[in-house]
Design a protein around this ligand. Structure first.
Ligand SMILES: Nc1ncnc2c1ncn2[C@@H]1O[C@H](COP(=O)(O)OP(=O)(O)OP(=O)(O)O)[C@@H](O)[C@H]1O
Ligand SMILES: [Mg+2]
Length: 364
C-alpha cells in the first residue's frame, strides 16, 4: 500500500476517536498528524499543531528537564513508554494525563517516528481524590463521635452505680438500673472498639506500652474476669512452658477477651471453651478453642476484615456487636510483631491462635 494511502486510512480511523488524543511524532520530535480528540484535549487545531515540536504539549519544567527527548529515547529502547503525567493545554491549563508512546517502523523495519496516545484522566483523578477525602472524613467522624460519646456514657454508668449502691432502691428498680448499667457498659465497649478501629486505620496501628510480664499470670487474671460474667460456662485454661516476655498487658487482655467472647458467643453453648498458653522458643502462643459450627470457607478470606460478621452472629442476638473484634485482635497481634491464625472444621472445632514474639519488634 502506498504510504499516502496508508496515511489517509490511518487518518480516517483516528477521526473516530474522540476521547483520546492520538497523533504521530516524527523522528525529530515534530507533530506529524493530529486527530479530533487531540484538538479537543489540547486545544490546538491540526493546522496549528502539525509541524510543531511535540514538546509544546509538555510543562515548561518537563521541557527544561529534557523529558520529551527522554520519552522518545525510552520508547525507542523499550518498545513502549507509558506513564501518568501532567500535561498542558493550549491556554496554559494543566491536566492529568495517561500517555503511551510507541515507536513506528515501516515495512522495511526503518524507524519512522512514534505514535502517541494520550488520555485525559483529570476526571478519574478527581473521583479518586474525592473517595479518599470521604473515607478520611468518615473515619474522623467515627473518631470524634465515639470519643465525645464517652463522656455522657461515663456519667450514665456512674449514676447507675451510685443508684445501685443506695439502700432505699426497690427490687423492681434494682433490676431496671442494672439494665441501664449493662447497656451503658455495652455501649462503652462498642465505642472503645470504634476508637481502636479509627486509630488503627488512621495512625496505621496501635501505640503500645511494652512492659515485662508473664503471660500465664495475665491469662489467669483475664479468665477470672470472664468467669465472673459467664458463671454458667465451663472455661478451661492450660499452661505450658515459659510465659515471660514484654508485651502491652491491656492490649493482650483485650485480644484474649475478644477471642474468648467470640468462642462463647459463636461456639457451642454447652461445650467448654479452652484457652492454652504455650511458651515457644521465640514467642508465646495464645490459643482459644471452641466446639460448634465451623466458620464457612467462604467467610475465611474476609474473617479479619473490619465490619464483617458471619451469618450466625445475628442469631445469637448479640446486641452491640459490629464485627470489629477479629480486626482488633489482628491489629493488636501485628502491633506486637505477631500473627493470628485460625483453624476451623466440624470435627476439630474452631481454634484461634495468636503467636506473640517475646520482644517488641524494632521500630521501622
Ligand atoms: N470462635 C468462633 N467460632 C465460630 N465463628 C466465629 C468465631 N469467632 C468469630 N467467628 C465468626 O467471625 C465473625 C467475625 O468475628 P468478630 O469478632 O470480628 O465480629 P463479631 O463477634 O460478630 O462482633 P464484635 O466482636 O465486634 O462484637 C463472627 O460474626 C462469627 O461469624
Ligand atoms: Mg467478636
Amino acid at each position: 500500500m502506498p504510504e499516502r494511502e496508508r496515511d489517509e486510512r490511518f487518518h480516517l480511523n483516528l477521526e473516530d476517536i474522540k476521547d483520546y488524543a492520538v497523533f504521530r511524532v516524527d523522528t525529530e520530535g515534530r507533530i506529524a498528524s493530529w486527530n479530533p480528540g487531540a484538538e479537543r484535549m489540547k486545544g490546538y487545531t491540526a493546522e496549528e499543531a502539525i509541524g510543531q515540536p511535540f514538546a509544546m504539549l509538555f510543562t515548561q519544567e518537563e521541557r527544561q528537564e529534557g523529558k520529551p527527548e527522554e520519552e522518545m529515547r525510552l520508547a525507542a529502547e523499550k518498545g513502549v513508554y507509558e506513564r501518568e503525567v501532567v500535561r498542558v493545554r493550549k491556554g496554559g491549563e494543566l491536566f492529568d494525563a495517561h500517555v503511551i508512546l510507541r515507536p513506528l517502523a515501516d515495512q522495511e523495519g526503518v524507524h519512522r517516528g512514534f505514535i502517541k496516545v494520550t488520555r485525559d484522566i483529570t476526571e478519574r483523578k478527581r473521583v479518586e481524590a474525592e473517595l479518599r477525602d470521604r473515607a478520611e472524613f468518615e473515619q474522623q467522624l467515627i473518631g470524634i463521635v465515639s470519643h465525645d460519646l464517652r463522656t455522657p456514657l461515663s456519667a450514665i454508668t456512674l449514676g447507675a452505680v451510685l443508684l445501685l449502691r443506695s439502700k432505699d432502691l426497690s427490687l423492681r428498680h434494682v433490676s431496671s438500673v442494672s439494665r441501664i448499667l449493662s447497656s451503658a457498659e455495652r455501649a462503652q465497649r462498642l465505642i472503645a472498639s470504634l476508637l481502636d478501629f479509627t486509630q488503627a486505620r488512621m495512625g496505621g496501628g496501635f501505640a503500645l506500652q511494652h512492659a515485662p510480664l508473664d503471660l500465664h499470670e495475665l491469662v489467669d487474671l483475664v479468665m477470672e474476669e470472664v468467669r465472673l460474667s459467664h458463671p454458667e460456662r465451663e472455661l478451661q485454661v492450660e499452661h505450658v512452658g515459659d510465659g515471660q516476655g514484654e508485651w502491652d498487658a491491656d492490649r493482650i487482655a483485650q485480644l484474649l477477651t475478644n477471642l474468648v467472647n467470640n468462642a462463647l458467643y459463636h461456639g457451642l453453648e454447652d461445650a467448654p471453651v479452652r484457652v492454652r498458653v504455650q511458651g515457644e522458643p521465640e514467642s508465646v502462643a495464645l490459643s482459644v478453642h471452641n466446639q460448634g459450627k465451623p466458620i464457612p470457607a467462604a467467610v475465611m478470606p474476609q474473617l479479619f476484615a473490619p465490619m464483617k460478621r458471619g451469618e450466625g452472629a445475628r442469631r445469637t442476638g448479640q446486641a452491640g456487636s459490629i464485627g470489629l473484634g477479629l480486626y482488633i485482635v489482628q491489629q493488636i497481634a501485628r502491633a506486637h510483631g505477631g500473627t493470628v491464625s485460625v483453624d476451623s472444621s466440624q470435627e476439630r472445632g474452631t481454634t484461634f491462635t495468636a503467636h506473640l514474639p517475646r520482644h517488641p519488634p524494632r521500630p521501622r
